[in-house]
Design a protein. Structure first.
Lengths: 114, 112
């Protein structure tokens, strides 16, 4: 079982650019969530996707958008990058019946904005 | 006031010691409580989760939740150098509400 896989692992962008991060959930999981983890902070919830729809969203601006595909994989898009968007972006997956929201995280994509 | 408070440390203890990690939270709607372990340059890994108040034990790890005082604890017995990591507490209200709410994490160092 490959678990949750994310790509790319590292990337560097400049202010104003756009970035797309990708995630494949753990086998058997159909719900994907995205979190942002700034240096020295805990992860912050961005949004959750289920059945190709955004189901829940945290306190993030519309510059952050996502997509879920029929095979349950997901993308996170961030437009008009700011220096403050530099962080580790974590994808997490869970099965539908995870009432406790028990998540399996990937290793993350580290984004640096210059 | 942040919803989940956690001392970032670092907390340094000798090998074999009992480690106590703690969080406090403010939202009484939280029903589920988790502990994640995060090694450097890795994603968080779920250690334990509990529902409502009480204790839960798994090997060397014990999680405690006291909802009356809004206090969450993780105890590690017979600590090993491989336990050195950042430990994140997380909470969730359940019922399709927002995602997990995390503390900042406590950086734990087990000295050989």
């Amino acid at each position: 079982d490959a678990g949750v896989t994310q790509s790319p692992t590292h990337l560097i962008k400049t202010r104003g650019q756009q970035v797309t991060l990708r995630c494949s959930p753990k086998s058997g999981h159909d719900t994907v969530s995205w979190y942002q983890q700034a240096l020295g902070q805990g992860p912050q919830f961005i949004f959750q996707y289920y059945e190709e729809e955004e189901r829940q969203r945290g306190n993030f601006p519309d510059r952050f958008s996502g997509h879920q595909f029929p095979n349950y994989s997901s993308e996170l898009n961030v437009n008009a990058l700011l220096l403050g968007d530099s962080a580790l972006y974590l994808c997490a997956s869970s099965p539908t019946d995870s009432g406790a929201n028990v998540l399996t995280f990937g290793a993350g994509s580290r984004l640096t904005v210059l | 006031q942040k919803e989940v408070e956690q001392d970032p440390g670092p907390l340094s203890v000798p090998e074999g010691a009992i480690v106590s990690l703690n969080c406090t939270y403010s939202n009484s709607a939280f029903q589920y409580f988790m502990w994640y372990r995060q090694y450097s340059r890795k994603g968080p890994e779920l250690l334990m989760y509990t529902y409502s108040s009480g204790n839960k034990e798994d090997g060397r790890f014990t999680a405690q939740v006291d909802k009356s005082s809004k206090y969450i604890s993780l105890f590690i017995r017979d600590s090993q150098p491989s336990d050195s990591a950042t430990y994140l507490c997380a909470t969730y209200s359940g019922g399709g509400a927002d995602g997990l709410t995390f503390g900042k994490g406590t950086h734990l160092i087990i000295q050989p």
